[in-house]
Design a protein around this ligand. Sequence first.
Ligand SMILES: *Cc1c(COP(=O)(O)O)cnc(C)c1O
Length: 207
Amino acid sequence: MPGTWGIHYIADEIAVGFGRTGRMFANEHAGVAPDLLCLSKGITGGYLPLAVVLTNDSIYDAFYDEYATLKAFLHSHSYTGNPLACAVALEVLAIFQEEQILEGLVSKTMHLASYREMFEALPWVGEFRQLGMIAAIELVKDRETREGFPWEERVGFQIFKKSLEHGALLRPLGNVIYFFPPLTITEEEMDRLADIAHRSVVDVLDS
Ligand SMILES: *Cc1c(COP(=O)(O)O)cnc(C)c1O
């Protein structure tokens, strides 16, 4: 049921669902439950394209009745319920249980947090932000004033190119370097990623 105000709450957990923030769904951190929940990406571990929208009974029932009432929710997609993608999604759910992915994230998340110091020691790091298995390193020209690099310099892109040379594919968002690794990443692989990101930032900016 919609909450006190009768307003439906739609949560897009396409990026943050399926353990990314350390809980199965990010809404759990806030102790709330959406009326509509959009999921994709992690639902298949990213291996096949699948997206779903979950809803509660009150919304479902609004579109479900005897045929003669014509209450159906008239929409369709070419590949709705694609069996191959659904099979992969079921396997991902099985892996979450069998390999205790959520439980394993506790130490991995702490490991990711342990990089804060090495990045904050760099003069160009304005902020190191982290939630669960997402970390963002905000690069700035001036740490005191938080003045950013001019966008024309494409500092993030230079660092991306340098990191390829060192053997990692970073995907900066502007001048924010971020880590969004597979939840199955090992701590050794995380170390390698952090080391390459660190080296690439220094290579590009310390010149
Ligand atoms: C990737 C992404 C989308 C797009 O999802 P599609 O399933 O590709 O349409 C929407 N919202 C968020 C938050 C995303 O990360």
